[in-house]
Design a protein around this ligand. Structure first.
Ligand code: FCB
Length: 509
């Protein structure tokens, strides 16, 4: 979930803490707008129109076709077989936090039905499954001994995947921090980076004989921003200072986690799945162009540049080592050569500069002088996100150019529509088919223009618990009847099965 959906300034004001920030660190920002630089970096992008949708578009040999999920969104079994409480258990059990008072207590019951999930993957001819490990399921208190039953569950799931010839693609942290660690300070506390490294070591030892491809984090910006500044996600805090400190701990944890994983399993391939969005200026003005660069820095680089370059990007006008809790040596230690960059992308961001009046009347717009909204030109998905396939092309090309053509995995892309079974039981989600077709066309174009993209994972395998929106948004390729837990492939799932089998996008009819 993206920062761009909310007004950064407004939230911080609501938190009422922005003015407490001490001074120093970042200044200024430069460069040109995302869309333009991406294009100029890709001279071959004049071939943009090369894909005639009336012919089949092939993907590179060995390309991974996948679907993604996250533990809290599908597993259920929230306190079975030794699992500890997570911040999402606590948050969802707090009245008023989740739409319709939904919880992930049962979700898709994948803890007991994972074989059905693997069968869905097989039915769609997929060869990669991105899922996450619930930290409190394998280490209930966030430190100390492992829960062997929890480890066994993941062993069984992974063995079923290997048997089905599906690559297990494992996220170590998709937002469900053990509640005990939140009670000890959560992500804003420095020590959480050490706890994370111990957890990573534990998992790598237990499962690393079966798994070679890992993501340390899912969308670090989403969970730090929404969890600690906006308060709409667990643990529901609203503090700018906590957001800044959580950012820094997570950046340090990328360092400690990466090293722990490589120490335990030297041949492991390790990355992170970042939330990304192409950032376009609202107008051609110089102010909006700079605002778009700042938007790019906070949206796409806040957790990537520390890993790859050992520094923070120029996102904030001014911040402070004291406020973020940066200590001597930290920047070096958070620098790690991620083996790939995972990109979750759904839509684009339009950035503009606040007026002088807005800057002085909102403390946070002074610190982060950018207004960000979604685009308004394209059609909207069921949850109001603009369908804008060039966003995928632009962001992939920009990252490819700026980071010297890294390996990229598309770790999430998808849409919510509430299509339900018709009288014959068929779920005709034609808008989802069109969505994936168009985004995949954009991805194929980025690959043709030189990006090293290894995979595409649709969000999501099956309808599930969509965080603060509960079960009200259906992103799945498979429909879930939450009364019976019956799973049924939607038309989009059937279409995706053909794409994966051919390793190609079929011609549109
Ligand atoms: C992403 C999350 C994922 C899901 C999709 C819709 O931000 O990583 O868990 O909620 O959005």
């Amino acid at each position: 979930m993206r920062l761009t959906r909310r007004d950064f300034a407004h939230s911080a004001l609501a938190a009422g803490v922005a003015a407490a920030l001490p001074a120093s660190l970042f200044s200024g920002c430069s460069v040109s707008n995302a869309a333009r630089t991406a294009n100029s970096a890709a001279p071959t992008s004049s071939r943009a129109g090369q894909f005639d949708s009336s012919s089949e578009i092939f993907f590179p040999k060995g390309f991974f076709w996948g679907a993604a999920t996250a533990a809290y969104q599908i597993e259920g079994a929230w306190k079975q077989e030794g699992k500890g409480e997570s911040i999402w258990d606590r948050f969802a059990h707090t009245p008023g936090k989740i739409k319709n008072s939904d919880t992930g207590d049962l979700a898709c019951d994948s803890y007991h039905r994972f074989s059905e999930d693997v069968a869905l993957l097989r039915a769609m001819n997929l060869n990669s499954y991105r899922f996450s490990i619930s930290w409190p399921r394998v280490q209930p208190a966030g430190s100390g001994p492992a829960n062997s039953k929890g480890i066994d569950y993941y062993r069984r799931l992974i063995d079923a995947l290997l048997e089905a010839r599906v690559r297990p693609f494992v996220t170590l942290y998709h937002w469900d921090l053990p509640q005990a660690l939140e009670d000890a300070g959560g992500w804003p506390a420095r020590d959480t980076a050490s706890r994370f490294a111990d957890y990573v070591d534990l998992v790598a030892r237990a499962l690393g004989d079966r798994v070679s491809d890992w993501m340390l984090f899912n969308e670090p910006l989403a969970f730090t921003y929404r969890g600690y500044l906006e308060g709409s996600y667990a643990p529901g805090r609203q503090s700018l200072l906590d957001f800044l400190r959580a950012s820094h701990t997570v950046n340090r944890a990328q360092g400690t986690g990466f090293r722990a994983l490589k120490a335990a399993r030297p041949s492991a391939r390790v990355g992170t799945a970042f939330s990304m969005s192409s950032c376009e200026p609202a107008t051609g003005s110089e102010e909006d162009r700079l605002a778009a660069e700042r938007a790019h820095a906070i949206t796409n680089l806040w957790f990537l540049e520390p890993a790859l370059r050992g520094r923070y990007p120029e996102a904030l006008v001014l911040t402070s080592e004291t406020a973020m809790g940066i200590k001597s040596g930290d920047l070096d230690k958070m620098r790690v050569p991620l083996d790939f960059i995972g990109i979750n992308v759904y839509y684009r961001t339009i950035a503009s500069a606040p007026s002088a009046f807005e800057r002085i009347s909102h403390a946070q717009q002074w610190l982060f002088p950018v207004k960000m909204t979604g685009g308004q030109q394209g059609p909207k998905t069921g949850n109001g996100w603009e369908v804008w396939p060039p966003a995928l092309y632009d962001v992939v090309m920009r990252i490819s150019r700026d980071f010297n053509r890294p390996q990229i995995e598309i770790t999430e892309n998808g849409c919510a529509y509430d299509d339900a079974p018709d009288t014959s039981g068929v779920i005709r989600d034609t808008r989802r088919v069109e969505y994936h077709r168009q985004y995949l066309q954009a991805l194929a174009r980025a690959i043709a223009d030189g990006a090293d993209v290894r995979s595409y994972h649709a969000w999501t395998l099956l309808d599930n618990f969509e965080w603060a929106e509960g079960f009200s948004q259906r992103f799945g390729l498979a429909y879930v009847d939450f009364k019976t837990q019956q799973r049924t492939l939607k038309e989009s799932g059937r279409w995706y099965a053909k794409v994966a089998a051919r390793n190609a996008l079929p011609p549109s009819t």
